[in-house]
Design a protein around this ligand. Sequence first.
Ligand SMILES: Cc1cc2nc3c(=O)[nH]c(=O)nc-3n(C[C@H](O)[C@H](O)[C@H](O)COP(=O)(O)OP(=O)(O)OC[C@H]3O[C@@H](n4cnc5c(N)ncnc54)[C@H](O)[C@@H]3O)c2cc1C
Length: 462
Amino acid sequence: MLLDQLKTIVGDKGWVTDPEALEPFLSEWRDSFHGRAAIVVMPGSSGEVAAVVRACAASGTSIVPQGGNTGLCGGAIPDATGTQVLLSLSRMNRIRALSPADYSMVVEAGCVLADVQAAAAEVDRLFPLSLAAEGSCQIGGNLSTNAGGTNVVRYGTAREQVLGLEVVLANGDIWDGLRTLRKDTSGYDIRQLFIGAEGTLGIITAASLRLFPRPGTLQTALVAVRDPQAAVDLFAVLRGRLSDQVQAFELISDRAMRYVLKHIPDTRCVFAEASPWYVLLEFSTSAAGEAVEHELLQVIESGLAQDVVLAKNSREQQQMWRIRHSISEAQKREGASLKHDVSVPVGAVGEFIVAAEKAILQTFPGARVVAFGHVGDGNVHFNVSQAKSADASHFLQQRDAMASLVYDIVAKFGGSFSAEHGIGALKRDALREYRSETEIAVMRAVKKALDPHNVMNPGKVL
Ligand SMILES: Cc1cc2nc3c(=O)[nH]c(=O)nc-3n(C[C@H](O)[C@H](O)[C@H](O)COP(=O)(O)OP(=O)(O)OC[C@H]3O[C@@H](n4cnc5c(N)ncnc54)[C@H](O)[C@@H]3O)c2cc1C
């Protein structure tokens, strides 16, 4: 009965029930989550989304919104009951408005991130959100997970790119908040509730986004530094000198570098001698390469960095970025690994890495820490590879114990156990443990107010 109603609402092109066709919607990218669904609906408009939500709410059926399904926490995967409705936004992929003069655009939630970037570039504007999954993730998913990526240091997370939202609420009402205002003090800022809510409060159907001028020439450099603290100090100095032109500031440990050079073909380190740590630095500048080189040489003279190589052309830039982007793949080839995507205040990154590595080695002798990440925004990928001689499955069984150890240290530094990707189904226990009762009570109150019958993505986040 409900299924027939839903099929009528979305039309022939808008639903899937065939088990084989359902499959891609029901498993996550890393294959660590798998679910079942009564139907996948793909509405073509906000009105259709609203009608689907009303029908589901009336029959007490819960809904799991899904964007590009590149999330890594099980948030977009239905549960095992086979009763939930999976609502894919993929057919809602129109750009509704694009205003270079207003530096804004209005897009539907199912627009793929790379398409949003390309549309902005066509009118000589920049939409700065950028992550490795940008060819498949959707803007609705990016906002629902408050995605980060490589440009946060200069432009902020997804949250900071949003001027307004259109949302279908749990009762089927459509909230049209697609304003493009920079200044607006009219009451509670409702849009912020839905950003990072992982589909538990409503379904984002469209967003008005902030655009930026396109940056000048991008310069990329690899810098050798003594330790993570030197990288943090270097960031503070360069940010002062180059202002907000610093676009990316990525820390890479020597171990991460060695794994890449060993396992990834056609990679090479630009330095003759290995350094304990490296920084991959990118900044936009109108200055000629020589002027930038001068700035960097000064940094070496001051003792903050040991050596610097500035990429001379786009091929060298790509080679440097290839090292950074290949770390996960290289680490996979070194055996089993446990990953912790955490954040601490930028100034504490150095101390955190030292403290966490010491604790890991005390508790898990022989384990190999592979730390790297977006140090410019305090986000550390604190990954740990198994000891060379260890049994992989035994090592992986220590997942929870190791996560608690790392998260406890993160908490001591005032950090977050979840820097990117969100909570989904994966980190609900950690949310309860590392956020205060007061904070959880406020979250529950918001959920209850906006979704009293728990229709929206139940079992995720809270
Ligand atoms: C190779 C790779 C690299 C990645 N790199 C990064 C990175 O650097 N930074 C980062 O932050 N993440 C990264 N991710 C994770 C992922 O790409 C992001 O979380 C992304 O924002 C998810 O978007 P999506 O469209 O795929 O959402 P999905 O996976 O489909 O959904 C994610 C969550 O949002 C909800 N949701 C989706 N669309 C809507 C909507 N319209 N309304 C309400 N709720 C909705 C879902 O229910 C789910 O809870 C990476 C993933 C991969 C596979």
